[in-house]
Every structure is written in structure tokens, then in C-alpha cells.
Ligand binder design. Structure first.
Ligand code: GLN
Length: 484
């Protein structure tokens, strides 16, 4: 296929500044599938997070342990995009094994936010978000276990979709927390995101948990009918957390503070409501009482599953093997001690702790009950594919802060986890959520997200698309448009 030289130059210039890629070869464009030039993705370059397999390319997961791994096969989502005429141009940086909210937890390199290089791009799909925001690629694949597509999308001012759990194949995605995660899409516009999702969605024989959307049993919403969007009050959520955990000591007070929106994000969230209202959507308040426990439920479940999923990285089947060990146990020990970073170790320990016999009822099973309550709270407003509820979507903030500064001074590791509650609730409930830029505050984008009913991605695209038509999305300084 071959991409224009002007693009290669532009892409390499940006990459030098932002470090979005672990492996990047814009000059070596792969041959595209022969498809009609009108096909929506024909001739477009795209980037793939480095925990999604592309045969022959890196599959490091941002870890030293897998730094030299070349993938022996290709993920179904990537196969489908290639069959539609798009071409992989690189593998993007990420927090190690998807664990983090900044991409600073990559063991391999640093990624900067294209709007302000002293700040993080968000995470864990920070490389994919930064590459799209800079205009290097029009779209990229990421993965979202608790917000890893939507939070970096919000930090970088691009569109980020976390699809319904099971709406597309996870074949070729290196597992972190299987019951929460999906491959997601980062894109430079809502309709691009829809086109990519339509291309990759649907049942895949390689993943028994993937399926096609059920045929709608109710007639579609009548054209001209009023569209209702529920709006969550972040103040109410932060207040509930403060009330619930006020006796819990310093860290619990910090968790409550971390859930409250920064004033700039608050203004962006307000602006989103005003803009939607002006577009004719009827906004109604919604209450999700179980949300105050969202982060507290997410971390036991995610780490429990991670502790099992990451057991395969033992230096024998996968992972860098130590030069020498006295016996197999020592070999595994050394491989994991040397290969995993501190955050990954912390989470494996936490996961094995919550799964210990005697503790399962106290942590893991309780978390599963909260998970079910969060789903029920959303269903009250959204209904299901078979029986739609009163709201077409629920508007939520993505993350309580703007893109923060690199390093510990930006936002503490604990606060980063406590702040995940607005994103991880969609994963706990298995529902689709679409993040998009709603405003620019203090020179940085503010994202909001629409959460929908299972397999209801199209309703989210429709709402966000009318928003985008009225309020075209902003771009970072020195951005140029290459891909239409
Ligand atoms: N910040 C969350 C975590 O660290 C989200 C991760 C993700 O979605 N992969 O687990």
C-alpha cells in the first residue's frame, strides 16, 4: 500500500516527542487486503496495544518479562481490520499488563500526552490514545478492564469505546481480568469508532464467550421521539463515599477525596450536560447507590483473576528465562522476581490474598454481590436489549482529574485506583460505554462517557455523533489532519 512520505515524516516527528509506540514502522507499510476503495477502513493505518497479538510483532504487554516476545499468531480483531483494508503500523505502549492509569507503569518506556508533554497520556492504553490524539493514526486498538480505553481517551481528547462484554472476540488479547476486560477502540471521531467496532464485533469460533448482538425484540425508538439521557451526580457519589468510609482512616478519606471531580472536570461535565440539552436530549437525574463500592469491588475481582491469569508467566512456557537456577522452583521464582514490576507483584499478592481459603466470603464473594447490585442499579434505568428502559444512556464523568503530571507528584497510586470508580462500573456490569471529549479546560481536554444497555453501542454512537456534529472535537497544538 505505502503511506505518503509527508505522513511518515509527520508521524516520526510526533513519535519522537510523545513515545506512543513500543514498536513503530511507518515506512514498512504492509500490503492491504484488496477491498473496495470506498470501504470505510480501506487504506488506513492503525496501531495496536502491545497486549494484543499481531504475528511477528512485539507482544511485550509493557513488561520486561515479555520484552523479547514475538507473537506467533494474530488476534481476531486485528485479522478483521486487515480484511477490511486497514494496516498495522505499530504496537503501542501501556502500563505493565494493563495495570495502571497513566502508562508510567510501563517497564519499557515513557509516553507523553500530546497536549502537554509534562503530563501522562492516561492508561493503561496510553500509547494508543496518544497516537490517535497526535493524528499519527486515525484509530487504534486498546483494552479496557476498568477504564483503560476511556480514561486515556479522555486525557488525550479522543473517542474511546469499551464495548459490551462478549460483543467481540478476545482471542489474541493477553488476559488480565477475563470477566471484566474487552478489546476497545480509540478513534479520532465517533463515526470512525463506529466503523471500527462494526468491523471487529460479533461471534468468533476462537472465543467461546463472544457472540452476536441479539436481534432487538422491541421496535426501534421512533424517529422524532424524545431521547432521554440519565445523568449521574458525581457530588452525590463522592458524598456517599465520604459518608460510608469516614471512619476508615486516612486512606479511606483519600478515596473519598479522589472520587470528587476537580473543578475543571466539573465544568467540563456541566458543559456536556448543557450541550446535550441544547441538542434536544431530555436529561433526568439517576442514582446508582452501589457505585460507592465500585472501586472496592473492582480491585478484588480484577486482582483475583490477574493472579490466576499471570501464573502462566513462569520463565518456562512464557517469559524471559533466567540464565541459571538450581531447580525448577528457583527458576520460576527468579523469572517472576526479575520480570514483573512492583505494581504487578502487588496485584498478584492482593489477588492471591483475596482468594485464600477462609477469605473468599469476606472479599471475593462480597465483591461479586456488589457487582450484581451495580448491574441491577443500571438496569433499572437502561433496561435490557429485550426490554429497553426509560433512558437510552447514562452520562458519567470518565475520571475525576485532568491528565496529571508524570511521576508520583501527579496523583498518588492509591488515588489513581480510587478514581477508577466512574469507569470500572461499566466493566463490572458488562455494559458498553463510550468516552468522548466534551470541553477543553485549562488547555486540556475533558472527557465524558455515555454508558448504555448491553449490545446498545449504536445508541451511544448516535448521541455522541450528534454532539460531535454540533461541537467538533478539539486537537492538540501542531496537529494536522492526514486521515479523512
Ligand atoms: N486503572 C485500572 C487498573 O489499573 C484499569 C485497567 C484497565 O482497564 N486495564 O486496573
Amino acid at each position: 500500500m505505502g503511506f505518503p512520505d509527508a505522513w511518515t515524516e509527520y508521524a516520526l516527528e510526533w513519535e519522537e516527542k510523545i513515545g506512543a509506540f513500543i514498536e513503530f514502522a511507518p515506512q514498512r507499510a504492509e500490503p492491504a487486503a484488496r477491498v473496495s476503495p470506498d470501504a470505510p477502513l480501506a487504506g488506513l493505518p492503525f496501531a495496536v496495544k502491545d497486549n494484543i497479538a499481531v504475528e511477528g510483532l512485539s507482544l511485550s504487554c509493557g513488561s520486561k518479562l515479555l520484552e523479547n516476545l514475538r507473537s506467533p499468531y494474530t488476534a481476531t480483531a486485528v485479522e478483521r481490520l486487515r480484511a477490511a483494508g486497514a494496516a498495522v503500523v505499530g504496537k503501542t505502549n501501556m502500563d505493565e499488563f494493563g495495570m495502571g492509569s497513566s502508562t508510567d507503569l510501563s517497564a519499557l518506556k515513557k509516553t507523553n500526552n500530546p497536549w502537554d508533554r509534562s503530563r501522562v497520556a492516561g492508561g493503561s492504553s496510553g500509547g494508543s490514545a496518544a497516537a490517535v490524539a497526535a493524528g499519527i493514526v486515525p484509530f487504534a486498538l486498546g483494552s479496557d478492564t476498568g477504564g483503560s480505553v476511556r480514561q486515556p481517551a479522555a486525557f488525550c481528547g479522543v473517542v474511546g469505546l469499551k464495548p459490551t462484554w462478549g460483543a467481540l472476540s478476545r482471542f489474541g488479547l493477553v488476559a488480565y481480568s477475563s470477566s471484566l476486560e474487552t478489546i476497545g477502540v480509540l478513534a479520532d471521531g465517533v463515526e470512525r469508532c463506529r466503523a471500527v467496532f462494526n468491523c471487529i464485533k460479533g461471534q468468533d469460533p476462537m472465543d467461546q464467550t463472544s457472540g452476536d448482538a441479539p436481534a432487538p425484540q422491541e421496535p426501534p425508538v421512533q424517529a422524532g421521539a424524545e431521547k432521554v439521557v440519565g445523568v449521574l451526580s458525581p457530588d452525590a457519589v463522592a458524598g456517599a463515599i465520604a459518608g460510608e468510609f469516614s471512619n476508615g482512616g486516612g486512606e479511606m478519606a483519600e478515596a473519598a477525596r479522589a472520587a470528587a471531580l476537580q473543578p475543571a472536570v466539573q465544568r467540563g461535565f456541566q458543559a456536556a450536560q448543557e450541550k446535550l440539552s441544547a441538542l434536544g436530549f431530555r436529561l433526568v437525574p439517576v442514582e446508582i447507590p452501589a457505585l460507592k463500592y465500585g472501586g472496592a469491588a473492582y480491585y478484588p475481582i480484577a486482582t483475583a483473576e490477574a493472579s490466576a491469569n499471570l501464573a502462566r508467566f513462569d520463565g518456562i512456557r512464557y517469559g524471559a528465562r533466567p540464565d541459571w537456577a538450581e531447580n525448577p522452583d528457583e527458576l520460576v521464582d527468579k523469572a517472576r522476581t526479575e520480570g514483573f514490576g512492583p505494581e504487578v507483584k502487588l496485584r498478584i499478592l492482593l489477588g492471591t490474598f483475596v482468594l485464600r481459603s477462609g477469605f473468599q466470603d469476606r472479599f471475593y464473594l462480597r465483591a461479586q454481590k456488589i457487582r450484581a447490585s451495580i448491574g441491577a442499579n443500571f438496569e433499572k434505568y437502561l433496561g435490557s436489549a429485550a426490554k429497553p428502559g426509560a433512558c437510552q444512556a447514562i452520562l458519567l464523568p470518565v475520571f475525576p482529574t485532568l491528565a496529571f503530571a508524570h511521576g508520583g507528584a501527579g496523583l498518588s497510586a492509591f488515588a489513581q485506583k480510587a478514581a477508577d470508580l466512574y469507569t470500572c462500573c461499566a466493566n463490572l456490569a458488562g455494559l458498553p460505554a463510550l468516552a468522548f471529549p466534551a470541553a477543553v479546560e485549562e488547555g486540556l481536554p475533558v472527557g465524558v462517557q455515555l454508558l448504555g444497555r448491553a449490545f446498545g453501542e449504536d445508541a451511544l454512537f448516535d448521541i455522541a455523533s450528534s454532539f460531535e456534529r454540533a461541537h467538533p472535537f478539539p486537537h492538540p497544538p501542531s496537529w494536522k489532519q492526514f486521515w479523512t
